[in-house]
Design a protein around this ligand. Structure first.
Ligand code: GLN
Length: 195
């Protein structure tokens, strides 16, 4: 409230984990949509944000860069606050990781298989369905969601595969919405944050 008792519009600050990978494309997209964004490079910065995007990159490298204390702090954050992981970020959010198994934050009850499309399909642009709308999806050494636990909703598919799933305010995509023109998936995340 201001001195005149006029409510001010407190926009939530969105963090983008900026240790490695394509974090800047997420920052640009979120800013285009009017969000206040900070690049999160230190665990303490998690205290300054209302929601977090974990970008694609290499999930094992992200784990190394986080270190034990960064990992623990991030785990607390993603288990209680809105979080959106894309590709490597989705791998980090999962409860179970395969090919090979690795540590994860366990914010979303899914089993995800790293590099699931083999060498020939390392990267491709395909059309999927997001909330029943045809949507361009960029896959880069993408993982596959092999199991969704109770309460996990599939909100986008490509062929028969779930490629964007949600539980509460946690979202995970196996593709890279920040690399397509269409802003609807980031808009969807911001609507969850602001809800
Ligand atoms: N293959 C990467 C991993 O396993 C993910 C690729 C990506 O984020 N584009 O972590």
């Amino acid at each position: 409230m201001t001195a005149n008792n006029i409510p001010t519009n407190h926009k939530p600050t969105i963090g983008v984990l900026a240790l490695q990978g394509d974090f800047d494309a997420h920052r640009r997209r979120l800013e285009q949509l009017g969000a206040d964004v900070i690049l999160v490079k230190k665990p303490e910065q998690l205290d300054l944000i209302s929601a977090l995007v974990i970008p694609g990159g290499e999930s094992s490298t992200l784990l190394n860069l986080l270190g034990q204390s960064g990992f623990e702090k991030l785990k607390q954050f993603v288990r209680t606050k809105p979080s959106f992981g894309t590709c490597a970020g989705a791998i980090l959010l999962a409860t179970d990781v395969e090919n090979p198994p690795q540590a994860s934050l366990g914010a979303l009850d899914i089993t995800i298989r790293r590099n699931a499309y083999g060498r020939q399909l390392n990267s491709s642009i395909r059309e999927g369905q997001f909330l029943s709308h045809p949507t361009e999806m960029v896959f880069i050494r993408a993982p596959k969601i092999e199991r969704t636990g109770p309460g996990v909703q599939v909100i986008a598919t490509e062929g028969n595969d779930p490629v964007l799933v949600q539980h509460g305010k946690t979202l995970a995509a196996t593709f890279h919405p920040e690399l397509s023109e269409d802003p609807s998936i980031h808009k969807y995340f911001l609507s969850l944050v602001e809800d």
